[in-house]
Design a protein around this ligand. Structure first.
Ligand SMILES: CC(=O)N[C@H]1[C@@H](OP(=O)(O)O)O[C@H](CO)[C@@H](O)[C@@H]1O
Ligand SMILES: [Mg+2]
Length: 555
C-alpha cells in the first residue's frame, strides 16, 4: 500500500474510533447493533465495499438498515457485484475489520488482505459504491460514515442514492453492472410494465367470481409504504391502500406493525380494525424485503389468518409449474436443438411449515433445504433453471437462469403467435421481469402475487385453504453465549452442547407430528426455538420444554 493511501486511511479512521468491548459479527444479514455504537463499523464497511469494488472491477452496493428490528437499531450490509449478498469468503475479513481495536491494526489488516487478494490500490482500476439507507433517523449520520469509508480508498467514488428499500439497492447494483439504467423510475417502470403484460395474458372469463381489486397494505411505518405509494400510481388495475406509511402521526417504525410482527405474533397490526374483516391485507417489513398476507377473519377474532412466505411460495410455485406444464407439450417439444428439460427447484429452510413442504412434495416438486438467511437460499435457488425460494417470514423471490431465459426468448419466437404455449412462455418471461432477480423484494413480490391471484381467480380465502398449516411456535431464549450452539443438517440438529439434541429428541417423540429445532440467531442475541405439533396446545408445551432445555444447557 502506498504512503498516500495509508495516510488517508489513518486520518479518516481516527474520526471513527470503535466502541470499547463490543464484538461485531457479520451475521445472517450483515452487521446489526444499537445505532449509537455503529459508526466505526459502518465506516469500515465503506472501506470494505470500496475494496470489493476494486477487486471485482464492478459496482458494489452498501445498505444501511436494521430491517424489522427496533428503530433505535441500525445495520449495514454489502450487495455484491451480481446484486446478491456479499460473497461469504469475505465475511471473516469483514469481521476482522469491524473488530480491529485501533487504526494501526486496521490499516495492517487492510494492507495484508489487499496483498493477498491482489487488490490494486491506487492503480489503474477505479471503483464505485452505491449507497442506500432505510428511514431510520440514525441512517443519515451513518450514511456519512459509510461515504467517508468508501472515499478513503483512492479512486473509489461513493454514490448516495438516499432512502431506498433494501431490494431496490440490490436491483440497482445488479442492473447497473449489466449496463442498464437504474433510477427509481426504471425500477417502478419495469415492475409496472411487466405487471401490465401479465394482466393482458390472463385468459378472459375463467374466473367464477369477480375479483376484488382492493388490497390493504401495512407499510411497517418504513420505507416500503412510501415507495409503494409511488409505484401504485403506475398500476391502474390495482386498488392499493397503504397504511402505516411512516408519515407524521402514523406511528413508529416496526412498532406493532410490519411483516415480522404479523408473522411472529399472529395479530392484526396497528391501523387495521373491524372494518377490514374479510379483506385481502398484506404487510411489509421495515426495509421492504419481506412480505406476508393476512386476513382478519371476524370482528371478535383476536388473531389473524396468516398467509406466510410458505404459502406465497406455494402460490407462485403452482403458477410457474402450470406454465411449464402448458409449455411441455410433448408432441411439439424436444424437436429443436435448444429444447431441454427445465429444472424447477423449491428452496426452504427448517422454519418452513411442515404442511407446506408436504403440499409441494405431493405436487411432485423438488424441495431442498438450506440454513436460515437469504444468502443460503438464494445461492441454492440459482442452481436451477427456475429456483423459487422463500423463508416462512416472507423473504424470497423466483430466480430464472440466464440459460433458461435465452431458451424462453427463442421459444416465444418459434411458437405459433397467440397459442396457449406461446402465452405460457410469455407469462414466464414477464414474471422474470417483474420479480426482483437480485434478492427477495416485498414490492415486486406483492405485485406478482396480485396478478397471479387474478390469473387463478382466487380470493384470499381460497388461497389460504391451499393447505392447513401445522400449529407452530417460536420462542427466543437469552443465554450467556449463543455461539456455544453449533448445528448441522440445515440447522435441524444440534452438535454442541453435547446432549442437547438428545434432550430435544426425547421431547419431540412425545407428540404426533412433533418437530423442533434450535439455532443461534444471526441478527439478535438469542437462541431461537422452533416447534411444530398437531395442536396449538401441544406445540406450545413442546416449545416451552425445549426452551427450558436450552436454558439449562447454556445457562
Ligand atoms: C426465524 C427468522 O425469521 N429468522 C430471520 C432472521 O434471522 P436470524 O438469524 O434468525 O436472526 O433475520 C434474517 C434477516 O432478515 C432472516 O433472513 C431470517 O429468516
Ligand atoms: Mg427486512
Amino acid at each position: 500500500m502506498e504512503d498516500r493511501q495509508r495516510a488517508i486511511l489513518i486520518k479518516s479512521a481516527s474520526l471513527f474510533p470503535p466502541p470499547l468491548g463490543v464484538k461485531f459479527s457479520y451475521g445472517t444479514a450483515g452487521f446489526r447493533a444499537e445505532s449509537s455504537i455503529l459508526s466505526s463499523t459502518v465506516f469500515r464497511s465503506g472501506i470494505l465495499a470500496a475494496m470489493r469494488s476494486l477487486k471485482t472491477g464492478s459496482l458494489i452496493g452498501l445498505m444501511i438498515t436494521a430491517s424489522h428490528n427496533h428503530v433505535s437499531d441500525n445495520g449495514v450490509k454489502i450487495a455484491d457485484f451480481h446484486g446478491g449478498m456479499m460473497t461469504q469468503d469475505w465475511e471473516p475479513f469483514a469481521n476482522d475489520l469491524a473488530n480491529a481495536s485501533n487504526s494501526k491494526d486496521l490499516i495492517e489488516l487492510i494492507a495484508d488482505f489487499a496483498k493477498k487478494e491482489n487488490i490494486p490500490f491506487g492503480g489503474s482500476q477505479s471503483g464505485e459504491v452505491l449507497l442506500g439507507r432505510d428511514t431510520r433517523p440514525s441512517g443519515e449520520a451513518l450514511m456519512e460514515a459509510a461515504k467517508q469509508g468508501v472515499r478513503s480508498v483512492i479512486d473509489v467514488v461513493a454514490t448516495d442514492m438516499g432512502i431506498l428499500t433494501t431490494p431496490q439497492l440490490h436491483w440497482m447494483v445488479q442492473n447497473r453492472n449489466r449496463g442498464l439504467r437504474v433510477t427509481e423510475f426504471d425500477y417502478f417502470s419495469q415492475i409496472s410494465n411487466s405487471f401490465r403484460n401479465l394482466m393482458e395474458l390472463i385468459p378472459r372469463g375463467t374466473s367464477p367470481e369477480p375479483f376484488d381489486a382492493k388490497l390493504l397494505v401495512d407499510g411497517a411505518n418504513g420505507v416500503g409504504g412510501e415507495k409503494l405509494e409511488g409505484l401504485k400510481k403506475l398500476l391502474k388495475d390495482l386498488d392499493i391502500h397503504v397504511r402505516n406509511t411512516g408519515k407524521e402521526g402514523e406511528g413508529n417504525l416496526n412498532e406493532r406493525v410490519g411483516a415480522d410482527y404479523v408473522q411472529k405474533e399472529r395479530v392484526v397490526p396497528l391501523g387495521f380494525g373491524p372494518n377490514d374483516v374479510g379483506l385481502r391485507c398484506a404487510s411489509l417489513d421495515g426495509d421492504a424485503d419481506r412480505l406476508v398476507y393476512f386476513l382478519f377473519p371476524s370482528e371478535g377474532s383476536k388473531s389473524i389468518d396468516l398467509i406466510d412466505g410458505d404459502k406465497i411460495l406455494s402460490l407462485l410455485a403452482l403458477f410457474i409449474n402450470e406454465q411449464l406444464r402448458i409449455l411441455d407439450n410433448k408432441e411439439k417439444m424436444g424437436t429443436s436443438e435448444y429444447d431441454y428439460p427445465v429444472k424447477l427447484g423449491i428452496v426452504q429452510t427448517a422454519y418452513a411449515n411442515g404442511a407446506s413442504t408436504d403440499y409441494l412434495k405431493e405436487l411432485g416438486m423438488e424441495v431442498v433445504f438450506t440454513p436460515t438467511g437469504v444468502k443460503y437460499l438464494h445461492e441454492k435457488a440459482a442452481e436451477y433453471d427456475i429456483g423459487i425460494y422463500f423463508e416462512a417470514n416472507g423473504h424470497g423471490t423466483i430466480l430464472f437462469s440466464e440459460k433458461f431465459l435465452k431458451w424462453l426468448e427463442a421459444k416465444i419466437q418459434d411458437l405459433a403467435a397467440g397459442s396457449e404455449m406461446q402465452k405460457a412462455a410469455q407469462r414466464l418471461l414477464a414474471a422474470s421481469n417483474l420479480i426482483n432477480q437480485a434478492t427477495g423484494d416485498s414490492l415486486s413480490g406483492l405485485i406478482l402475487v396480485e396478478v397471479v391471484l387474478r390469473y387463478m381467480g382466487w380470493s384470499i380465502q381460497r388461497w389460504k385453504s391451499l393447505y392447513q398449516d401445522l400449529p407452530s411456535r417460536q420462542v427466543k431464549v437469552k443465554v450467556v453465549d449463543r455461539t456455544a450452539v453449533v448445528t448441522t443438517n440445515a440447522e435441524t440438529s444440534v452438535l454442541r452442547p453435547l446432549g442437547l439434541q438428545e434432550a430435544i429428541n426425547l421431547e419431540v417423540a412425545k407428540y404426533s407430528r412433533g418437530r423442533a429445532f434450535v439455532r443461534p440467531s444471526g441478527t439478535e442475541d438469542v437462541v431461537r426455538v422452533y416447534a411444530e405439533a398437531s395442536t396449538q396446545q401441544e406445540v406450545d408445551a413442546l416449545a416451552q420444554t425445549v426452551a427450558e432445555h436450552v436454558g439449562r444447557f447454556l445457562g
